[in-house]
Design a protein around this ligand. Sequence first.
Ligand SMILES: NC(=O)c1ccc[n+]([C@@H]2O[C@H](COP(=O)([O-])OP(=O)(O)OC[C@H]3O[C@@H](n4cnc5c(N)ncnc54)[C@H](OP(=O)(O)O)[C@@H]3O)[C@@H](O)[C@H]2O)c1
Length: 253
Amino acid sequence: MLKGKTALVTGGTSGIGLATAKLMHANGARVVIAGREPSKLESARMEIGDNVIALEVDVLSRASLTKMASEIKQAVGQLDVFFANAGVAYVTPLATTTEDAYDALMDTNVKSVFFSLQAVEPILREGASVILNTAWLNQVGVPGRAALSASKAAVRSFSRTFSAELLPRRIRVNAVSPGLIDTPILRGVGQSEHPGQTEGEFKEYLAGAAKLIPFGRLGRPDEIAEAVVFLASDASGYMLGSELVVDGGLSEL
Ligand SMILES: NC(=O)c1ccc[n+]([C@@H]2O[C@H](COP(=O)([O-])OP(=O)(O)OC[C@H]3O[C@@H](n4cnc5c(N)ncnc54)[C@H](OP(=O)(O)O)[C@@H]3O)[C@@H](O)[C@H]2O)c1
């Protein structure tokens, strides 16, 4: 589905990003992954397969993003696919959230998406596909999730505006909207509500969350990867500015 295409996945070292990088690779793409942790980058590179480029990047740093784009240009030339996936998730209750915690979440989930795309836009090929990672929370109100939900609503909005802005270059921008997906990020969401939570309590949180999902279980990273590969491929060639919801019915039913 992606034969001959070159794809960049930020946050490609874990969870949804790693599963997507693997599926893109299996579908014939040349894959570049970006993440902060050298050891995670190396193990992801080995896990994904041959010919993968792993770059140490902090999406919070514009200098790091500029360096990433120039390294990609040097190594592979242009990009056909960009999955802006790196992100964080933790609770931000109205009463107790500090300004630093608010800024850290918004900077990673919103500002870094804007400046990641700004950095790679010059190396996107005409007709490229950009996929932004939003979340089911962009449509519903859940206590303690104000900053996270608003950050993902901003990302949902970006997919519309960037689509309009990049239309002259026929670059399509769409969003994927995962529900609750079983990745390491959930530990942050589950545990910061109850600092010091034990492993058993965390499992209880997951079991309780699963009951809220019409499908009856959390999603798997590979189920989001399938949607991203579709959005990355020519099969979705008439879609732009849209949101593909993959959440077991969580935000829709
Ligand atoms: N899991 C869910 O339930 C769910 C639901 C909806 C949306 N999402 C979204 O899906 C995306 C991926 O999350 P995930 O669930 O796969 O979580 P994850 O397993 O924790 O992966 C997060 C990835 O983001 C990277 N990252 C975080 N901050 C970064 C930074 N400053 N610079 C570079 N990379 C950074 C991490 O790499 P390093 O650790 O190496 O920095 C890691 O590869 C996020 O945007 C998240 O909001 C997840």
